[in-house]
Design a protein around this ligand. Sequence first.
Ligand SMILES: [Zn+2]
Length: 481
Amino acid sequence: MLGRLSILASVKKSKHCFFKVVFFSSLAYVLAFFGTVHAGPVERMAEALRFETVSFQNPDKINYQAFADFLAFIEQTYPRVFSTLSAERFSDYSLLLTWRGSQPELAPVLLDAHYDVVPIEQGTLQDWLHPPFAGVVADGYLWGRGALDDKMAVITSLEALERLLAAGYTPERTLYFSMVHDEEIGGHQGAAVVASALHERGVKFAYMVGEGGIVLPDNPMLAGKSMALVGLAEKTYITLHLNASGEGGHSSIPPRNNAAVSLARAVTKIHDNPLPVKLVEPVTDMLRVMGPEVGGLTGWLMRNQWLGAIPIAHQMAGDRTNNALVRSTSAVTMLDSGVKENVVPQKAHAVVNMRLLPGDKVDEVVASIVELIDDENIVVKLDSWGQSPPVADLNGEGYARISEAAARVFPESLIVPGMLTATTDTRHYQLVADEVYRFRAYRVSMSDSRSIHATNERLATDSLLRAIDFTEQLVLAVAKP
Ligand SMILES: [Zn+2]
C-alpha cells in the first residue's frame, strides 16, 4: 500500500507587404477577440522551450549562444520586470533579479530557478511525440525539454512579477530571484557564484525556495485528495571511484590476482549490502501528516511511529521509489577494465553513485564502504558535491508562507512536508540561507512527473496557469513582514 507514497513534470517596406501586414494583424485581432489566438503565458512558455539551453557534461558541447538568446528573449518579453527590478549577470549567463522592498530592514527571501536543461538521450529522439525543442502546444499540454525542469519556474516567476508590477504592487520585503544556467551540471558557475557574491555583500536570507516539491493529484494513498509536497530536505550526492590494481599479464598463464575480478567482487558486495533502513526527518513528518488521511492500520502506524516506524520503513524499502526515502542508496553506474581479450588487466575502475539521507555523514559512509570492500588492492576515491543543507524547519516562517499560498491556489490539496531524493542547487546557497524549502507549483500526475529528464517531458497548460497564480500568491505571502 505504501507502494507509491513518494512523488512518490522582416517586414520589407513595400506597399504590398504593408497591406499584408495590416490584413494579418487585423485577422489576428479578430481571432484573438473570439479567443482563438491567444499570445498569452502559454505561448510565451512555448517560446521559452524553443531555446536549446542544454547543459552537456562536456563543456565544449554547450551552445552558449542559445543561453544568450534565451536571456534576450525574457528581457524583451517581460519589460516591466527588467525596467523595475535590478538585473545582474554572473558568469555571463546566470541572472539575479533584485526587487527592493519598502522595508529594507527585513531579511530578504530568495526564489531560485534554473533555465538550463538536460540533453536528449541518444537514440530516443524519435520517441518524442513532439520534437523536444519545438515548443509545441497540443492536447492540453506544452511539450518539450524544460517544460517541467525547470524553465517552467523561470517563466511562471516572470509572468507573476509582470502581473504584480502592472497592478502597481511593491513588496515590503526585498525579494531576490536567481535564474541560473548550469544547475544540471553542478551549478559551479551559476548558483555557487551568485551565492558567494551575495555572501560577500553580507546578504542573509530569511529562507529560500528552490525546485523540488510538486502538487500531485493522484497519490493512490490519498483517495480524492491531491498532495502539495513541500521539500524540507534533499539527499546528499557523492560519487565513489573504485580503482583496483592487479598483476595482469598473458591470459594463457593467468595470475591469481586479477584487477577486474577484485573490482567485480567489490561492486557486488556494495550492491548486496545496502545501507540500513531507517526513518529520519523529514520523512517522519511526511508520514505523520499523511497518516490521518490514509486511515486504517497503515495510517495509525504512520501517526504512531513509536510503534510504526520499523514496519512502515521496511514496507517502504520494498518499493523502488520509497526505498530511496528510507535509506542512503548506492548504485554502481560505470565499469571499465581490459583492453584485449588475451590480456589480463592490471587496472579496473568502477563508479558508484550514492545518495545519503539527512544525518548520514559523508566521511562515515565512505569509511563503511571501504571497510565493506575490505581489499587492499582497491583504492576508493571520493568525489563529493558537499553535504546537502540541513532539514528545514517545519514550523518555520518559510513553510507557513508556502503553505498559505498553496492553500489559496490548491485548496483541494493536503500540504505535506517531504524529502527530495535528487539533488539541486540549494547546497550552494547554504552560505546565505539557513532554511531551504523546495516547491514548484506544478500540478502534475504521477505519470507526467516521470517525464522529467526523460522522453516527452510535458506540462499541462492549465497547470502552467495555476502555477503563475501560485507564484503571484507566493510573492505576496513571502513579501509580508
Ligand atoms: Zn531542475
